[in-house]
Write a protein that binds this ligand. Structure first.
Ligand code: TGC
Ligand code: FAD
Length: 394
C-alpha cells in the first residue's frame, strides 16, 4: 500500500483457526508478519517498476516458504501440506508474484528434484534451494505448446556422458535470475524427461519478457537452448513421461488453491474497513444494503473456498488428494478471488482504482493466475472428464 499502514487482520468467519494446530498458526503468523514488514511497504512501488525485489528471496527462505514440506534432511522445514497452504495464502495476500516465486521454487523445482531425483542431486540442490542461496525455475510451456505440453518440441540427443539440448521455453517465472532450471524435454525416443540446466552452461540464455500488465512484481522470461551440453548426471532418473511434470503441477496448483484466497481475503479485509469508515449521505457506506450484499457474498465465497482447501489439505496430508480434486480447488479459488477483488474495488469507489488499495493489483495478478498452471477452461475439462469419463480436450 503506497503510504498506508498495512492493517490486514485475516478473515475467519467459520472459526477455521480452531481446526489448525499450534504449528500451523505459528507458521501462518510468521509469514503474515514477514509480509507486513518486508512486502507491504514496497509492493506498490515494485509493481509499478515491474521489479522482483531480490532481497525477498532470503526472507522467503527464512520463513520456510521454499519447500515447506521438504524433509529436514534436505534442508527443508519438514512441515505438512496445510502449513504449505497457509504460507502460500499469506504470500499471495501480499502479492501473487511473491507466491509465484515460492510456488515455483517449492513445487516445480524442489519437488521434482526430491521426488524424481537421485540422492546426489537432492543433496546438491535442495539445501541451497531451501535457504534461498539458489533460485530455480521450471520450463514446461513453449511458444507453440501451452495447454498441450505433450506436443513439446524441446529435445536432446546423446553425446557420450552428456546430452545436447535444443529448443525454447516461454513464460517462465523466475527465469531471468534463476541459477538453475528444471527443463522438460524429449529424448531421441520422444519420451519426456526432466533435466537440471545450470546458468552458465554454454548456449543457455534467459531473456526477460517485458510488457506485462499482470504479475509485474514477478520476473518472467524465456529459456533458450542452443546446443547446450548438459551432463547426463543432471537428468532426473526416477520418473519420465508427461506424468512427471504434471505431478509437479499438482503440488503447485494445490498451493495456488490456497494462495488465491489470500488475494480475496486482502481485498475483502480492505473493503470491510473502508465500508465502515467512508461516509456518504451522512452515514458509513457499510450501512447501505447494496454494500452489505456485496460484503456478505464476498465473505460467504471466501469461507466456502477456505473450507474446500482445508479439506483438500487433509486429503493431501493423507496422500489421498486426486489431481481432479486439486483442479477443482484451483479453479474455484481463482474464480472467487477475481469476483471478490472486483466487488471490493467497487466498494472503494474511485479510490479503488489507485495504488492506495490493493484490489486492482490483485485483480491484474489474478489474470495470470487464472491462466497459468492450467487455464480455467482446462481445469473445468479435467473436472468434466473426471465426472463423466469422456475426454473433451481433443
Ligand atoms: P494425459 O494423457 O491426460 O496424461 C499423460 C500422463 O500424465 C498423467 N497425468 C497426471 N499425472 C500427475 N498429475 C496430473 N495432474 C496428471 N494429469 C495427467 C496421466 O495419468 C498420464 O500418465 P501415463 O502414465 O498414462 O502416461 O495428458 P494430455 O496430453 O491429454 O493432457 C492433459 C491435460 C490437458 C490435462 C494436461 O496437459 C494439462 O494439465 N495441461 C495444462 C498445462 C499446464 O498446466 N501447464 C502449466 C505450466 S507451468 C506453470 O504454469 C507455472 S506458473 C508458476 C507460477 O508462477 O506460480
Ligand atoms: P493456450 O494453450 O494457447 O490457450 C489459449 C486459450 O485456449 C485458453 O483460453 C485455453 O483455455 C483455451 N484452450 C486450450 N486448449 C483448449 C481445449 N482443449 N479446450 C478448450 N479450450 C482450450 N509455464 C511454465 O512452464 N513455467 C512457468 O514458470 C510459467 N509461468 C508463467 C507465468 C505467467 C505470468 C504466465 C502468464 C504464464 C506462465 N506459464 C508458465 C505458462 C502458462 O502455464 C501457460 O500460459 C498456460 O498453460 C496456457 O498456455 P498458453 O498461454 O499457451 O494458452
Amino acid at each position: 500500500m503506497a503510504n498506508k499502514e498495512d492493517r490486514y487482520q485475516g478473515v475467519d468467519y467459520y472459526n477455521i483457526d480452531d481446526l489448525l494446530t499450534e504449528e500451523h498458526k505459528l507458521v501462518r503468523d510468521a509469514a503474515r508478519a514477514w509480509v507486513k514488514k518486508e512486502v507491504s511497504p514496497i509492493i506498490e512501488d515494485a509493481y509499478e517498476k515491474a521489479e522482483f525485489h531480490m532481497p525477498w528471496v532470503k526472507g522467503l527462505g527464512e520463513i520456510g516458504a521454499f519447500g515447506p514440506y521438504i524433509p529436514e534432511q534436505y534442508g527443508g522445514p519438514g512441515l505438512d501440506q496445510i502449513s504449505y497452504g497457509l504460507i502460500m495464502q499469506e504470500l499471495e495476500r501480499g502479492d501473487s508474484g511473491l507466491r509465484s516465486t515460492a510456488s515455483v521454487q517449492s513445487s516445480l523445482v524442489m519437488y521434482p528434484i526430491y521426488a524424481y531425483g537421485n540422492e546426489e542431486q537432492r543433496m546438491k540442490y535442495l539445501p541451497k534451494l531451501a535457504s534461498g542461496e539458489m533460485v530455480g525455475c521450471f520450463g514446461l510451456t513453449e511458444p507453440d505448446h501451452g495447454s498441450n505440453p505433450a506436443d513439446m518440441v524441446t529435445n536432446y540427443k546423446e553425446d557420450g556422458d552428456h546430452v545436447i539440448l535444443n529448443g525454447a521455453k516461454m513464460w517462465i517465472s523466475n527465469a531471468p535470475f534463476a541459477d538453475i532450471a528444471v527443463v522438460w524435454a524429449k529424448n531421441e525416443a520422444g519420451r519426456i524427461h526432466g533435466l537440471v540446466v545450470e546458468r552458465g552452461m554454454e548456449g543457455f540464455s534467459t531473456p526477460t519478457m517485458h510488457g506485462k500488465w499482470s504479475l509485474r512484481a514477478s520476473a518472467t522470461g524465456e529459456l533458450v537452448f542452443d546446443n547446450v551440453r548438459v551432463p547426463k548426471a543432471n537428468i532426473l532418473p526416477n520418473k519420465s513421461g508427461l506424468g512427471a511434470p504434471l505431478g509437479c503441477l499438482d503440488s503447485a496448483r494445490y498451493g495456488i488453491a490456497w494462495g488465491a484466497i489470500g488475494a480475496a481475503m486482502d481485498s475483502y479485509d480492505s473493503a470491510l474497513r473502508y465500508s465502515q469508515e467512508r461516509q456518504q449521505f451522512g452515514k458509513p457506506i457499510g450501512g447501505f444494503q447494496l454494500q452489505q450484499k456485496k460484503l456478505a457474498e464476498m465473505v460467504t465465497e471466501i469461507t466456502k473456498a477456505q473450507l474446500l482447501v482445508y479439506r483438500l489439505g487433509q486429503l493431501k496430508n493423507e496422500g489421498k488428494a486426486s489431481s481432479a480434486q486439486i483442479s477443482m480447488a484451483k479453479r474455484n479459488s481463482v474464480e472467487i478471488a477475481l469476483n471478490v477483488c472486483r466487488e471490493a474495488r467497487q466498494i472503494h469507489g474511485g479510490m479503488g482504482i489507485t495504488n492506495e488499495y490493493p484490489m486492482m493489483r490483485h485483480m491484474m495478478n489474478l489474470e495470470s493466475v487464472v491462466t497459468y498452471e492450467g487455464t480455467h477452461d482446462i481445469h473445468l475439462l479435467i473436472t468434466g472428464l473426471d465426472i463423466t469419463g469422456f475426454n473433451a480436450f481433443k
